[in-house]
Design a protein around this ligand. Structure first.
Ligand SMILES: [Zn+2]
Length: 494
C-alpha cells in the first residue's frame, strides 16, 4: 500500500479544517459507498460542506487529504467535541462493495495506517475508537455488522507503537518514512562524537570545504549541512574557540538574531541566543547555529529572529539534529514537504527529547558512509558530523587560483551577467577580498567570463572574470576577479 499526500487547498481551511489539531485519538469510519480512496478525497475536497476527514484508505492506497495538524469535522460531536477537535479521521473505503475483497483489503490497509499513526504520536490502543464512540452513529457500519472491531484493534496493536521510544533508531544509517516521503536517519554510534566542520569562504587561510570534499578517516561516517558557526580553528573536530557567527562574513547579522546550541565537556547540550553564548564558550566541545530549537514535550524554545516562525510551519525539506535521552544524537533529513511540527511528532515517536532544526529546502544534505542520502541545490560548506578519532591537524588551505591572462581571450565581445535573485560578489581571488558587487536585478558587463569546472570548495561554481567596476568608492579598470554563482543567479552572456 502506498501512503500519499494530496492536501486540500488552503483556501478551504476555513470551511473544512479551521483549527490547529494536536490529536490524541484516531477515529475509524467507513464511507457508506463503493468508491475508491481517490474518489473520496476528490469529493471531500471539491464539495462545499464543512464535513471532511483526514485519510481515506482503499485496497491500494492511503491518501491524506487534510493536514494531520488541522482538525476535520468527522465525528459529529460538535464544534468543541473531542472527536472533532482531538482526533484524526480515517475512512475505510468500499464499505458497500461486495463484488470482491477490495473492502477487506482496504480494512487491512486501514489497520496499517492506524499503526503508523499510533507510532507518530505514541497513541495508546485505547484511543483508537469508532465514529460510534463520539456520537452514537452506526459507523464504521460494516465492521460493526460483521463483528470485526476487536480483530481490527488487534491488527493495530501488532508491532506496537514506536512509543517505547529510545532505541527504536538503530545505530548508523536507516531510511524511514513520514507522510509518504523518505526520512534519512543516522544515529550516532557509541564510538562517534558530535562535532562541527566549519570553514569560511572569504578568508583564504580558513579554506572552505564543500560537504562533498569533507571526507577523511575521521568524519566520513555522517555529515549534515548546518547553519554556520565560525570557528577559530580551521578544521574543527570537537574544539571550538570562536563566538562570531554568520552565514558568511559578507552578511554578518546581529548576534541576537541567531541561536547557538553547544555541547559542553560533559556531552550535555545547551542553547541560547548567540549574544548570550560568549559566557559559556570555554566549556564548549562543539557549537552550531540552529534555526529553531524545540522540546519534544511540545514547547518551541527558541526561534532565530533571522529566520522567523515560518520556519516552523513551512512545509519543505528539513534537516535536523534529534537529541535522545542519555546524550544520544541522531541526524535526520526529511525529503518531503513536512513542517517542523510534523518532524517533531515523528522524532517524539522515537523517544526524542529535543529537536534542533538545521538547514531546510534547497540546502538540506546528508552524506553517510560516503553516499549522498539527500542532496539538494547548492552546498553550504559547514557540516555537523559524527566523527571518530582525535584532534585533527588543521587543513592546509589550497593555493588561490590566479586569474588567467585576459589575452587568452582576444577580441571577445562583452559578456553580461544578470543577477536575477540574490547579489553576487566579485572577489580578487577565490575566497579573497571583495572588489565588486552586483546587486539583485542589476547586471555587469565583463571583458571575459571563464567558468571553472565543477563546484568549488565554497559550494558554488566560480567564474573568472575581467571587467570594470567600482566598490565602496574605489574604481577598478580591467581588473581580474572571480565570482561565485549558483542557480539563484542567472548568468546571461550577450
Ligand atoms: Zn463515520
Amino acid at each position: 500500500m502506498k501512503l500519499i499526500e494530496q492536501l486540500i487547498n488552503p483556501a478551504k481551511y476555513r470551511l473544512k479544517c479551521p483549527y490547529v489539531l494536536d490529536w490524541e485519538y484516531i477515529t475509524i469510519h467507513e464511507t457508506g459507498n463503493d468508491q475508491s480512496a481517490q474518489n473520496e478525497i476528490n469529493y471531500m475536497q471539491r464539495n462545499n460542506n464543512a464535513t471532511g476527514f483526514h485519510i481515506a484508505v482503499d485496497d491500494k492506497v492511503a491518501i491524506i487529504g487534510i493536514p494531520l495538524d488541522r482538525n476535520a469535522w468527522h465525528a459529529g460531536d460538535g464544534a468543541n467535541g473531542t472527536g472533532n477537535r482531538k482526533s484524526i479521521g480515517v475512512e475505510i473505503c468500499y464499505q458497500t462493495d461486495y463484488t470482491d475483497d477490495k473492502y477487506y483489503q482496504a480494512w487491512n490497509n486501514a489497520a496499517e495506517v492506524v499503526k503508523w499513526l499510533r507510532k507518530l504520536k505514541n497513541i495508546p490502543i485505547e484511543n483508537v475508537v469508532q465514529h460510534n464512540h463520539w456520537n452514537g452513529k452506526d459507523c464504521p457500519k460494516r465492521t460493526r455488522q460483521e463483528g470485526t472491531w476487536d480483530k481490527f484493534l488487534s491488527l493495530c496493536k501488532e508491532e506496537a507503537t514506536g512509543g517505547e521510544g529510545v532505541g527504536n533508531f538503530k545505530e548508523g544509517y536507516q531510511s524511514l518514512s513520514l507522510l509518504g516521503s523518505i526520512v534519512h536517519v543516522y544515529k550516532k554510534k557509541l564510538v562517534q562524537k558530535l562535532g562541527m566542520m566549519s570553514a569560511e569562504g572569504s578568508i583564504p587561510e580558513r579554506a572552505v570545504q564543500n560537504i562533498d570534499k569533507i571526507d577523511n578517516e575521521f568524519i566520513h561516517w555522517c555529515k549534515i549541512n548546518c547553519g554556520y558557526f565560525e570557528m577559530e580553528n580551521k578544521a574543527i573536530y570537537g574544539q571550538h574557540y570562536g563566538v562570531e557567527q554568520s552565514f558568511t562574513n559578507d552578511f554578518a547579522p546581529k548576534q541576537n538574531d541567531w541561536l547557538v546550541a553547544w555541547l559542553d565537556k560533559d556531552n550535555s547540550m545547551h542553547y541560547d541566543t548567540a549574544n548570550n553564548y560568549w559566557l559559556w564558550k570555554k566549556d564548549v566541545q562543539c557549537a552550531f547555529s540552529p534555526a529553531v530549537i524545540m522540546s519534544c514535550d511540545g514547547k518551541i524554545e527558541l526561534v532565530s529572529k533571522a529566520v522567523g516562525y515560518s520556519k516552523v510551519t513551512n512545509k519543505t525539506t528539513q534537516s535536523v539534529l534529534i537529541e535522545l535521552p542519555g546524550k544520544e544524537y541522531v541526524f535526520a533529513v526529511f525529503t518531503g514537504n513536512v513542517n517542523l511540527l510534523q518532524v517533531r511528532d515523528f522524532a517524539k515517536s522515537y523517544g526524542a527529547v529535543m529537536l534542533y532544526a538545521l538547514d531546510s529546502g534547497g540546502s538540506a544534505q546528508m552524506i553517510s558512509e560516503g553516499a549522498k542520502k539527500r542532496y539538494t541545490g547548492r552546498a553550504i560548506p559547514n557540516v555537523l558530523t559524527f566523527f571518530t578519532g582525535g584532534e585533527q591537524e588543521p587543513v592546509e588551505p589550497s593555493e588561490p587560483v590566479q586569474p588567467s591572462d585576459p589575452t587568452e581571450f582576444p577580441n571577445q565581445d562583452l559578456k553580461r551577467i544578470t543577477v536575477i535573485k540574490i547579489g553576487l560578489y566579485i572577489r580578487e581571488s577565490l575566497g579573497g577580498k571583495i572588489i565588486g558587487f552586483i546587486p539583485e536585478g542589476a547586471y555587469q558587463d565583463f571583458n571575459y567570463i571563464k567558468f571553472i569546472d565543477g563546484m568549488q570548495k565554497d559550494g558554488y561554481q566560480h567564474c573568472e572574470v575581467n571587467g570594470n567596476w567600482s566598490y565602496k568608492g574605489v574604481e577598478y579598470k580591467n581588473k581580474d576577479g572571480f565570482i561565485q554563482y549558483d542557480s539563484s543567479c542567472y548568468l546571461v552572456s550577450e
